[in-house]
Design a protein around this ligand. Sequence first.
Ligand SMILES: [Zn+2]
Length: 301
Amino acid sequence: MSEPAAPRSLSPAVRRGLRRTARGIAAALATLALAACGTANGALRPEPSTTAPASPAPAPASPTAAPSSAAPAPASPEPAPTPTAATSTPAPPPAVSPTTGVPTAVVHSTASGGRTVALTFDDGPGPATGQVLDLLAQYGARATFCVIGKQAAADPAAVQRILAAGHRLCDHTVDHPQPFAALPHDRAEHEIADARQMIVRAGGPGTAVGWFRAPGGAFTADNRTIAADHGLRPLGWSVDPRDWSRPGTAAIVAAVQAQLKPGGVVLLHDGGGDRTQTVAALRQLLPWLTAQGYRFDLPAD
Ligand SMILES: [Zn+2]
């Protein structure tokens, strides 16, 4: 008989060990799922309006909380949600960082207004970044790339290509933890400040990172202030076709066409999973925008 013994025949100590191992595997899987934001768990990764916290987002699985299979599980069976998230009535942040003078208000529009549009690409660099850059170059479009620190570190050539093409960089945290608004201050500080350093290191000396975008748009008074203290302006959006959820190329195109108003900031993704639909939508949107008389601009800083 090669079948394992039925669990009821195991001693209580062995059953406890099996439960610990199962919890360890579950935690490790949760961490893996988070590492690829918007991929398999795309439905769990809402990108709501930038002023609202991402309330339905899944519980965070801190990378440090994933035990190795050999380590005993912590006493608490579930990673307890932080009870002090207090996203409902946060104290207002200062208008500008007292240390850098950078405003803390979230930007939702282009620099020059008028018939302009700011394209932004999140969660890269990834496999689609090169295709996005090629398309943007065809139309002479400048864009802003909200890159994830760990991915920038893993692919510095992509960051350098973004810079060489004249695009701008935005800090999108070290590894995109969600719900971002629930992170304690020190963890949020690490995610923002360390990502900035990783992006600068990837881009090379003199790399400018002027923006911060919270994962899921989960801005809080606290993380906006942290960002501004590090010279990063919070960057929101006004057009969200939810391309990360892969609704179909036509749906992405239609949503942008329906939501966009002059001066708008469009949220798209060049990372976080298969971006075939996003690239195909961009291939249609760039000529449409041009035909509509839009100029490609940067967000208002
Ligand atoms: Zn993101």
